[in-house]
Design a protein around this ligand. Structure first.
Ligand code: SF4
Length: 503
């Protein structure tokens, strides 16, 4: 309607946005939409967004709520030729942009009909899972003006939530129209990010052998013992992995004291101190140790250096579960060194008996700087027999370093508490490329991508590969036409499962 176009146009002008962000009034209904889809200005547009008001199909929607379409389809009962169903992979990012405008946003399918839908028609369309119904989107996006490789978006503000032409419908309509300017502001962010043309995937990325093993340990424990299986701390530092295993019956706790006497308990990939093992034994827990073997190696080195009478300088981050576990092997002998400043100030009992260990997931460059200081201060500093920073950390950092330089920006998939994921962001930034950590596509702020043509993508060792696919799919929705992979090194590491869960 003209009122919808006017509300959007006012916001575009008031925002001082690019006048090329044209707002076109198409008119309501199938035939007007089909005609508009053929306009040269629509056909030639570099990116196309359909925005307006719609009818809410989901009972939880309220007037003024916004639906960002993940898919636009025609009501199966409309006359042939029916427009194709199209998917809109950038929906999660558009939704995030609109939430930043203070809007209440859902993502889901939008359906178009030929006539105003009410009564049983609404019930039938609601049963298909569609969130809103309108008269235009499918013909504007699914027909000849369809995305065809160009970025597209569809946003509908809920005007009415039930039967049409009831008392209050006009006021609901006004609420919806008043929401459209904020929609325009969000869509401007989307438009500015539709410059992405190329995605470069850093390899290796995502799950390492230790994380795969730890997840499999919990899955096998659930199979063998049935839920609940208790897991001390997050099995790996990823919110999606933890949510998925929780849904399957794993119960994550902070402390063994939170686990019922005699229950099945898994220790996370980050390892535990001897004190935790004793507490578990005291509660007669049936324990399965999912500690990564490369973390176990660091524990063994701590015991060996301690037996030798060394002061052990543990290069790592305070409060991380891995460092807590290693410190617990020799609490009186281990000093934590977090940065170069700590390295300059740390005190030892006997400078001739000093050794060092490293948290497995640190940045190689940071550790090199710290070790330079420590070696200068303690010439007899003893090193572990092999690098503590694990192969997965090293390889992922190397790949990001090689990819970042060729990209305008980097997206690293991983949770905020994942040490190795955060280090990947730092590695990219050190290479001079802005980088962001996201838990999934919805975490991408479109403003980061404004004007970017080449986007690098990596993922921390605890981030599932499916999340990388989701991010790449979302970037394709911004116009990325090529997805390349840069392989810095090939990995074939596998770890054996603990005997308790071997089949
Ligand atoms: Fe093991 Fe390294 Fe993976 Fe951590 S990042 S689980 S130490 S392989």
């Amino acid at each position: 309607m003209r009122t919808e176009a006017a509300a959007l146009r006012r916001a575009v002008l008031a925002g001082g946005h690019d006048p090329a962000d044209a707002v076109l009034h198409t008119g309501a209904g199938r035939s007007r939409s089909e005609r508009a889809a053929g306009w040269a200005v629509v056909q030639d547009a570099g990116a196309l967004a359909v925005a307006g008001i719609g009818g809410g199909l989901d009972a939880a929607l309220n007037p003024g709520d916004v639906v960002v379409a993940t898919e636009v389809r025609a009501d199966p009962s409309v006359a042939e030729p029916r427009p194709a169903t199209i998917t809109l992979p950038a929906a999660a990012m558009v939704a995030s942009a609109l939430r930043r405008q203070g809007l209440t946003v859902r993502t889901g399918p939008v359906v178009s009909t030929e006539r105003l839908a009410h009564g049983p028609t609404r019930d039938r369309l609601a049963a298909t899972g569609a969130l809103t119904v309108d008269l235009e989107s499918a013909w504007l996006l699914g027909g000849s003006a369809g995305p065809a490789g160009r970025p597209a978006a569809c946003v509908r503000v809920v005007a009415d939530t039930g039967a049409l032409f009831q008392p209050g419908t006009l006021s609901q309509m006004r609420t919806a129209l008043a929401t459209l300017p904020a929609v325009a502001a969000g869509l401007h962010e989307w438009a500015a990010a539709t410059t992405v043309r190329r995605v470069v995937l850093a390899a290796p990325r995502s799950f390492c052998a230790g994380v795969e093993r730890a997840i499999l340990v919990v899955e096998r424990a659930l199979e063998l013992h049935g839920p609940p299986v208790y897991v001390r701390k997050q099995i790996v530092h990823n919110t999606h992995v933890v949510a998925d295993l929780s849904a399957r019956g794993a119960v994550f706790v902070d402390d063994v004291e939170d686990i019922p006497q005699g229950a099945v308990a898994v220790f996370s990939a980050h390892g535990v101190s001897p004190t935790v093992r004793s507490a578990a034994a005291a509660r007669e827990l049936s324990t399965i140790d999912a500690t990564c073997p490369l973390v176990t190696k660091v524990h063994a080195e701590a015991r060996r250096f301690s037996d030798h009478g060394d002061t052990i300088l543990l290069i790592g981050h305070a409060g991380h579960e891995e460092t807590d576990g290693v410190v617990g092997e020799a609490p009186g002998r281990i000093r934590l060194v977090q940065d170069v400043r700590d390295a300059e100030q740390v005190r030892v009992d006997d400078p001739r008996r000093v050794s060092y260990l490293v948290q497995t997931t640190l940045a190689v460059d940071d550790v090199t700087d710290i070790l330079t200081v420590l070696r200068d201060r303690f010439p007899d500093l003893a090193a572990p027999p092999s690098d503590d920073i694990c192969y997965a950390t090293t390889n992922r950092q190397r790949a990001v370093h090689e990819v970042a330089a060729a990209c305008d920006t980097m997206i690293v998939v991983g949770s905020a508490n994942s040490s190795n994921s955060r280090r990947l962001v730092e590695v990219a930034e050190r290479a001079g490329t802005p980088a962001r950590l996201v838990d999934g596509a919805a975490g991408i702020d479109l403003r980061w991508l404004a004007g970017a043509r080449t986007v690098g993508v990596s993922a921390g060792a605890s981030a599932p590969p499916a999340l990388v696919d989701e991010v790449v799919g979302a970037l394709s929705g911004l116009g990325a036409r090529t997805v390349e992979e840069h392989t810095a090194v090939r990995e074939d590491v596998r770890f054996m499962l603990p005997k308790e869960v071997r089949l």
